[in-house]
Design a protein around this ligand. Sequence first.
Ligand code: IVH
Length: 670
Amino acid sequence: MNIPAKVKQEIAELRRHLEYHNRLYYTLDTPEIPDADYDALFDRLLELETKYDAVTPDSPTQRVGDKPLDQFEQVTHELAMLSLDKVFGEQDLRDFETRVLKRLDSEDRLEYSCEPKVDGVAVSLLYHDGVLQRAATRGDGITGEDITHNVRTINTIPLKLDGKKLNGRLEIRGEIFLGKDGFERLNRRAEKEGSKVFVNPRNTAAGAVRQLDSRKAARIPLQMYCYSVGIVDSIPLPNKLSEVFDLIGSWGLPTNPDRSTEQGIDGCLKYCLGLQEKRDALDYEIDGAVIKVNDLTTQQELGQNARTPRWAMAYKFPAEEKSTTVLDVEFQVGRTGTITPVARLDPVFVGGVTVSNTTLHNMDEIERLGLRIGDTVIVRRAGDVIPKVVKVLRPKKNKKAKAIKLPKACPACGSPIEKDGDVLYKCSAGIICPAQRKESIKHFASRTALDIEGLGDKLVEQLVDEELISNVDDIFALTSEQLIELERMGQKSADNLVAAIEKSKQTTLPRFLFALGIREVGDATAQALVAYYGDLVPIMDATAEDHEQVPDIGPIVARHIETFFSNKENRALIDKLISHGVNWPKVEKADTQALQGQTWVLTGTLEAMPRNEAKALLVAQGAKVAGSVSKNTDCVVAGPGAGSKRTKAEELGIKIIDEAEFLSFLDSLK
Ligand code: IVH
């Protein structure tokens, strides 16, 4: 098409402007114009390029899509995206090498590629003839989501590889992450603009790659380090992983500069310790190192378990600890009225997140720590575990410290506080207390319960404060007209929420039971109850003695369940929920439970599922899951890092299986 000279000039100018602002925004962190003005320039360029068919591959519009997607396409990984086994210390890493050498029937010293274990999101990039065709998340390893539109916005990922004869397909895998610097810049900006700050780099990166609107993803300065190759059609590659990294790096793919090739496990250990030393100085978050057999033929020979390769191991760093000050202690009222002391901390970055408050559990814990307001404390956080105050530093020296006192009345409703068991205190008001009401509604809407998308904690508080709801069943009477009256709620969000509430009515019985918020009935117990009784009515009508027959339910929980269902108000609530349309498919009760009467023990780390899920699956099959190994144990599932329980099982000659065997065993029961 013939493009008028004036238009040509405008296009060139717009591109120059956008590139200039991109640089200010992403590289220099000194944006000169508000986002809306940037969007206007971008939209104008897009309009002209479309109208005059004037797109060029290097145009700023080519990294960002023009319209948000409606949904993600599913992608099936031709070669499964594996996960990693992990160890936490020297001996376990040595054991890894022993296993590898045994399998290879060799005593030779092996060469390893050692790399930082970047804390981000695993992705697969598929290039056809050197051109980026598709990017996908790992998902469950087999099926991921197509995130090409977002990955195209990452400036350091080449849209076209800079190499010769790159014929056919080449799949590159790696970790997309947000650097510490980028994270801080984002949060400085968010603070300045008064918008919500991001919790940690990992979550921010994960959120960005899963944006339907690539323009939103483009605002997050994501990076990527490539760590392996998947499908390769016909491009010849070197036979050592370290050399593959050098080669793909020469094509423009970003590889980790902190990787290293090491000889033997001693070399790897030195690398791991060195990396741990410089962890804080790195510009990106890591949670350990990854050790991989460097020779690719040897990798193939070693093969894989169900979900993890036998030739690689993650060496996880120990929990991180930092010191900070306790600014204050507040008392929170939970769903069942329990009053919990929470420390407000001078914000500190530890284990990958900024921690500004943390639970102190109960008054006994405060006494045990000898904690007072104003004290300097050590906070520890590992992985996804809740941060914990582990120690008070120089307790005696702090003259200004103030004692922590349990309030006399409930901080939410002013009702008297009463003792609950040996260490806990609770508000005596029950469901009249607004804090308890809010917490039970939050619980009801949460992910593991009815999973009402969009009904988060803040909104629940707002709805209760505005008196639009006061109990869980009120949720189902909410209308879009009521919702738009709320501050910061648009028509679209209101409609979405009403639709999500409607959708949540179709649930499952374990979810429903869990959502009711019976004391100490978590999702595993809810599943065990359903597996045992098969329906709601028998659960409601059973006695505490009956409940004690359910695997893993003890006398205390049994009594909580009985008490809950003997309360008339609770029964009326269940009726109301059902009359609002909450329903679940009939439960197929297993006639025979494969593990009836057996006792199992779970130890070490499980990769594929959280431990409570594994436990629930066993319980559903009739097994009891015990915390320690004895001669009555039937089977031990031992993940990496298993220690004394595994040894004891070996001594007693009890069957031990790894997670892969456990998974295929569960499969065989289906
Ligand atoms: S290799 C076949 N290398 O860790 C092995 N993974 O816990 C596949 N990760 O899903 C992974 N840095 O997201 C490998 N240098 C690295 C890594 C790395 C981070 C992540 C990856 C993987 C997870 C496994």
